[in-house]
Structures are given as C-alpha cells and as structure tokens.
Design a protein around this ligand. Structure first.
Ligand SMILES: *Cc1c(COP(=O)(O)O)cnc(C)c1O
Length: 369
C-alpha cells in the first residue's frame, strides 16, 4: 500500500527546534519573551508595515483587526461568501452584519465589480480575502473603499508572501490578519498576526488581546478585552518559519508549475491562474472539475483519490449557505456556488516530492473519462 499524501503538512526544517529549546532552557514559555518581539518585528518588516501584533490564531487576528479598526455593532461589513468561515464569524462576533459579495470566476476572490451594489448607508468596511494564495484586485478594491469612505481590511491568512503590483499582501488595508495554523504557509501550530501602519490601531490591538489592561497599570482594565495572546514558544517557531518563507513560497510555485505541466492536457479541469500584476503563492493548488467535460464530479474524483491514499480538500461552502449565517440573505451567488461545487485543493505541502506529484497527476488522469 502506498503512503498517504496529505493535502498540507507543516515543514519544520529550519531552526524551530533550536529556538523552542531556547525558550525551555531560558524559562520564557508564556506570553512574554524575546521571540515574541523578534517575530513581530521581523514579520512587520517582511510585510512592509510598521506594526505587527501577535495573537493566538488567525480568527482572533481577524476579530481584533476589525475591532481595532472601529467596526462596531450594527455596522455592515462586505465579505466574500467564498471564504473560510472565520472571516465571516469575526464580523458576527462583533454584532456587525456580514453582507456577502460574489466571487470573480478566475480566482474566487471577491469580485470588485459586485462590491458597490452591496454598499448601503450602514456599510463600514470591506474585507478582501486573498483566497488560496492569489492576491485580490487591490487597485479596484482600494479605489472603491476610498470613494465610499469604507475601511479596507485584509484577511491575508492564505496568502503570506503574495504580492500585488510588487507590494506585499497585508500592506494595503487599514489592518490585515494572518493565520499560522498548521496548514498555512508558515505555522506556529496555532497562531495569528494583526498588521497595520497605524500606531493607534496597533496600540488598540495590543490592549484588546491583553484583556484590555492599561499598559503599565496592573489590573486596571480600561476596556472589554480578550485573552488572545501568543506564547513565546509559538513565536519561536514562527520566527524560524519566517526565516524560510521565501523557500516555502518558491517550493509552492515549483509545485504549481509541475502540476500545471502535467494536468494541462486533461479535459475538463481548470487550473489556477496568476493574474497580471499578481504574484500568487499557490498556498493551495486549486483546480476546478467540470463534471460534463471531465466525466466525473469533483466529489467522485475526491473519492477516487482518497482510495489511492491521496488527501484533497473541497473548496469552501459559500458562507451564506452555512447554518449560522444563512438567515442573513436570500440572494444567490452563482459564481461562488459553482466554485464551491467544482473546486478542489490538491496536495500542496512544501515537502511534496516529484514522484508524489506524479502519483497525484496519474491518479487524476486515470479518473478522467
Ligand atoms: C485559516 C484562515 C483563517 C483563520 O484561521 P485560524 O485557524 O483561526 O488561524 C481566517 N481566514 C482565512 C481565509 C483562513 O484561511
């Protein structure tokens, strides 16, 4: 029996062990310590922003980014319906209202041409989610945000290392959120980061992640806060991971090129694109399966691959169809619906080997009819 090829596995080939042992040896294992400062500074420098605030996961990074930017109960926040549920949940945690927008067909990202129709007097913010590693159309989205005086927030959880017209994803919005979950481009096990150029927003984010306690005034809590802190151990892993970010992105792009060469010839598959001006990371190598032309549905293909010990992931269900959110709208989002039905993430670990890519492609080819 051949070995399991996971859809995404962490790659801990750098200085992770050394840095973690340093935490244990120095007794700095909780939510203060030198690695937190180093990770935050190095991360901000990498994204090209002034401030980075480490938090315990990407969902709370999103929650804090929205709160610190000033999103409040009753506000409407435009979100793509095709995203991981955390984007939408973070809006709902605040008591703000997620208002869904359909996707552009080539990337699955929020369609800039469909944003303005969803703007009302109550709209406060637009969340741009860079789906599966492909940067959103930031020129168009930023222009709408400026014209309509809306906050622009980025959910960059899936696109660390991506660029739009040479500028890093995460540096366009008032604030941006990143995730370091185990399957993300870099991981800390669980972890997240809020980034911003705005010093007041960064201070607010620190306050909120630390129970709302006034800096320098022990046990004086000036606002309702949360315990969303990251530990020094997580930051130690994060720093080691960040040191290898360029290598990981290069690997993802090599893997994408290898898949592309092999899958190109198969009828009924749409392969991921890289739009003009975008440098995408191929965080997840994502294809669409047209059931008519491929001869099998996406779900049938997934089942056949699973039999061959190849793990894949379906695309996200559009969030407006999920039980906690489906009461919010009766509109239809045809592009997101189709992508949600046809989309498939193939194994995308940075440690994926040539023979493994060949195994995946051969299995797909043999499933085609
Ligand atoms: C992973 C992810 C998050 C948050 O993830 P956590 O698991 O909470 O770290 C948020 N948004 C998107 C789009 C994601 O993919």
């Amino acid at each position: 029996m051949s070995h399991l090829i996971p859809v995404s596995a962490p790659n801990l080939a750098g200085r992770e062990r050394r840095y973690v042992l340093d935490c244990l040896d120095s007794n700095w294992i909780s939510s203060r310590g030198p690695y937190l400062d180093r990770f935050e500074k190095a991360f901000a420098a990498r994204v090209g922003v002034r401030h980075a605030v480490a938090v315990c996961n990407g969902t709370c990074a999103m929650h804090i980014a929205l709160l610190a930017a000033g999103v409040a109960p009753g506000d409407e926040v435009l979100v793509p319906t095709l995203t991981f549920i955390a984007t939408v949940n973070a809006v709902a945690y605040i008591g703000a209202r997620p208002v869904f927008v359909d996707s552009e067909p080539e990337t699955g990202n929020i369609d800039p041409g469909k944003i303005e129709a969803a703007v009302t007097k109550k709209t406060k913010a637009i969340v741009a989610v860079h789906l599966y590693g492909h940067p959103c159309a930031m020129d168009q989205i930023a222009a709408i945000a400026r014209r309509r005086r809306l906050l622009l927030i980025e959910d960059a959880a899936e696109a660390l290392g991506g660029l739009y017209k040479g500028r890093a994803v995460g540096s366009f919005g008032k604030a941006a959120a990143f995730s370091f979950f185990g399957n993300k481009t870099i991981t800390t096990g669980e972890g997240g980061m809020v980034v911003t150029d705005d010093e007041r927003l960064a201070r607010r984010a620190r306050l909120l992640k630390g129970q709302g306690m006034t800096p320098g005034r022990t046990y004086f809590f000036e606002t309702l806060g949360y315990n969303y802190r990251m530990t020094n151990i997580q930051a130690a892993i994060g720093l080691a991971q960040l040191e290898k970010l360029d290598f990981y992105v290069r690997r993802k792009r090599e893997i994408a090129a290898a898949y592309g060469r092999r899958l190109n010839a198969i009828q009924g598959l749409s392969l991921p694109v890289e739009k003009k001006g975008a440098f995408q990371t191929y965080w997840m190598y994502s294809i669409l399966v047209d059931p008519e032309r491929f001869g099998r549905s996406r779900d049938e293909l997934m089942a056949l691959l699973a039999e061959k010990r190849i793990e894949t992931r379906r695309y996200f269900y559009p969030c407006h169809t999920m039980p906690p959110h489906r009461h919010r709208t009766r509109r239809r989002f045809p592009v997101a619906a189709r992508l949600g039905e046809q989309g498939l993430n193939l194994p995308s670990s940075t440690a994926l080997t040539r023979p493994e890519i060949e195994r995946v492609c051969a299995a797909i080819a043999s499933a085609a009819r």
